[in-house]
Design a protein around this ligand. Structure first.
Ligand code: AMP
Ligand code: MG
Length: 362
């Protein structure tokens, strides 16, 4: 067990680089320590990207497979030029449009980036986050910070300070407690080493947004739900079981009334078997399902994922509610899925992983 120092910045105001808590957290990073901190996507677990020993501590704290490379976080373009051997015109356009923000780009790396960070690949993933705490930590330490999501490997990514404490207390040197993650899903990962940008992991920056800036955009074939099992994904991390609660997850897509009837049946089975289930559904579904259940609600916990018209709300609540389903002791989680379109691609990608491919089309 490590002694984990807590840096609570939830009540702080003003310029984050002036906060004493962040100065202390940055000192830990400079000394080779591991510090979890908030970003706009999910909480990250950071360490000096140029220090192979510090990187080793990230992998052991998370129990992360060593061939799953880390994203290096920077706060200026100057930091990028010190890490990569070339920057394509497409990459420049994407950076101009979406940095700082929830977008990670893959570049050919310079030798200064340790192999441990890249899982032995000759490329490195880089992101400039927009969150003020993340940026202040990078500025104050004056280091590129390698930071995967701050969860135990395989669990849903952490979107609140409490999730990080639950997973990493006693396993890391510091935790910065901040606000809830605004996006709630990990960054879009885009390979910019070829002629056309290729999405290796979908996120809040969508295929259409990238194509509008870069002229074209492809998505790694392995990420499409129907092909996911047959093709090896190009982002090594996308091949692992991921984002999963302990409960068994099933995703339903297609006709809404048919899906709600499936939910009703599952609640009946749960009450007959005397176990609890969780259902993640749209706000618009709630009244209909409640009518179908007619008061039979003792064995079900309903999680409102926001309006079907605003899937970004679904994205921001997904990991939180998968974790909450476990906390309620639910044996199963049933989810009303959506079309793989816009941010729906990212949501369905995470749900496909969390359910180990258990997606039922009604
Ligand atoms: P996480 O840090 O947990 O958000 O995961 C980072 C994701 O980026 C994983 O899916 C990695 O496999 C992917 N990634 C990081 N570096 C590279 C790289 N050089 N090439 C391809 N994918 C990468
Ligand atoms: Mg992760």
């Amino acid at each position: 067990m490590k002694e984990t120092i807590i840096f609570d910045v939830r009540k702080m105001t003003g310029d984050a680089v002036e906060w004493p808590e962040l100065k202390s957290a940055a000192t830990l990073l400079m000394a080779g320590g591991t510090v979890a901190f908030p970003t706009e996507t999910v909480y990250g677990l950071g360490a000096n990207a140029l220090d192979a020993m510090a990187i080793e501590s990230i992998y052991s704290a998370k129990g992360r497979p060593s061939d799953n490379p880390l994203i290096v976080h920077i706060s200026s373009r100057d930091m990028l030029t010190a890490l990569v051997s070339s920057i394509s015109e497409t990459a420049v356009r994407l950076m101009d449009a979406f940095w700082p923000g929830p977008m990670t780009l893959i570049f050919k790396k310079l030798p200064i980036v340790p192999d441990k960070v890249t899982g032995g690949l000759d490329t490195v993933a880089v992101r400039m986050p927009s969150h003020d705490v993340a940026r202040a930590l990078i500025d104050l330490s004056a280091l590129p910070i390698a930071a995967p999501s701050a969860n135990i490997s395989g669990r849903p990514s952490p979107t609140t300070a409490e999730h990080v404490i639950n997973d990493l207390m006693g396993r890391v040197d510091g935790i910065v407690l901040g606000d809830n993650a605004a996006v709630g899903l990990e960054s879009t990962v885009i390979d910019t080493t070829g002629d056309i940008p290729v999405i290796l992991r979908p996120g809040a920056i969508t295929e259409a947004m990238i194509a509008a800036v870069a002229g074209a955009c492809e998505t790694d074939a392995a990420l499409k739900a129907s092909k996911g099992e047959q093709v090896v994904p190009r982002a090594p991390g996308m091949k692992y079981r991921h984002y999963a609660p302990n409960a068994e997850v099933t995703v339903f897509t297609g006709d809404t009334i048919g899906i709600l009837k499936q939910f009703e049946n599952a609640v009946e089975e749960a009450s007959a078997g005397d176990y609890k289930i969780a259902i993640l559904l749209f706000s618009e579904d709630l009244a209909v399902l409640n009518r179908l259940l007619a008061g039979n609600t003792a064995h079900v916990v309903l999680f409102d994922q926001g309006s079907v018209k605003d899937p970004a709300v679904f994205a921001s609540r997904l990991f939180r509610d998968l974790r909450a389903s476990d906390d309620c002791g639910c044996k199963r989680v049933l989810v009303h899925g959506m079309a793989e379109d816009g941010i729906g691609s990212a949501i369905m990608n995470r749900l496909l992983k969390a359910s180990e491919g258990s997606v039922i089309r009604i």
